[in-house]
Design a protein around this ligand. Sequence first.
Ligand code: CMC
Length: 435
Amino acid sequence: MTAGSPPTTDAAELRVGDRTLSLPVVRGTEGDDALDISRLRAESGLITLDPGFGNTGAATSAITFLDGEAGVLRYRGYPIEQLAEHSTFLEVAYLLVYGDLPTQEQLNSFVTEVTHHTLIREEMRNFFDSFPTDAHPMAVLASGVVGMSTFYPDSQNIFDADAVEVTINRLIAKVPTLAAWSFKKAVGQPYVYPRNDLGYAPNLLHMMFAVPSEDYEVDPAVAEALDLLLILHADHEQNASTSTVRLVGSTHANLYASISAGISALWGPLHGGANEAVINTLEQIVADGGNLQKWVDKAKDPNDSFRLAGFGHRVYKNFDPRATIIKRAADRVLAATGADDDLFEVAQRLEEVALNDEYFVGRKLYPNVDFYSGLIYRAIGFPKNMYTNCFAIGRLPGWIAQWKEMMSSPETKIGRPRQVYVGTGSRDYVAIEQR
Ligand code: CMC
């Protein structure tokens, strides 16, 4: 089956009153089939109601496949385990955005393009200066990304393939610079300019951790671990931030605006912000004396809003394959950096307690991608509030690929859910003195 042309075979029948409606069944490549309800309201007056969209397909997509029951994740058909072992982040970015693994020539040209767009406009230094020192880097990143559209008005030409391509290259190139500078601002250090002789992950480490007064050598093991994390985060089909990018993009807002909205959606602790929340929780547990059962019980208490960050997933109900890869990598990074691994031990023991607890087992709550990723960012030396920025850099090619797919699909319309109104019926206006 080719992208954008899902075969429609068979039909399900729905009885509404004395009428029988026929709902076409749309077949996915891997048996992930759907009922096409797009004519339902026109034919029956009914809409569907699905808070949280747990049962709603918003698009047909040929980018990422995941099977939550079997713990399978593939980008463009390639298993995440193989990409994690053999590929690089920029190659994966190319794969996601353009649909196939690049030839050597295509990869060289893509890497050259991205590498030569890493500088941000010098006027943007003032932009960083104008935020308070303790500004959260996610706020700065989201603002910086939409702010870039002011420098590149060609990004408004969303149907011009050349303008879109240069916008894509600029985004992939400049977001690490914006992310690193948001950190430099927070720690009061001089902004460090990108180095085009370095690879993608080494350059991010350089911009984050170098200072003009000293030499900074990128540790290859650390750069490799960061590149791996970026690969593992690169796409995850229709999650909250990706759906946000698609929804904003469906209004024909430019790509910078759409990606900035995705970054804001990612920030929340139920989504990408969970990596920061996990480390906060582990630190709290240690500071509180290390009684793991107490915190697991707190997470289970329906009267307590506390949840165990890094556990559970809307789609994965067995294991998150990204978490399995990250846990192994965490071991390697901690060994390479010699970072203190107290929290890693606490995390492993917490996982064991939770996975032997009926509440977590019964609800199929397993460690997700964020459970161990924060520990790697921490070992590398990133401050907690930068973890989700790193996630955003990784997710960027996925957001771009999803935006591009949506923009080129004949199925696309402006995203506009409906509602079931349950408020007051019609009533007359009452003058203020009579209320
Ligand atoms: N700790 C304790 N209980 C939990 C947790 C948790 N982390 N996650 C889910 N539950 C319970 C939940 O209370 C519910 O119980 P009950 O059936 O008794 O009401 C049941 O498990 C099902 O959970 P849900 O909230 O209906 O599931 P959801 O699909 O709406 O939410 C989730 C998914 C990821 C938001 C949720 O599991 C969660 O809040 N996890 C912690 C935050 C987190 O780690 N987020 C990162 C997700 S992966 C990366 C990413 O998306 O960026």
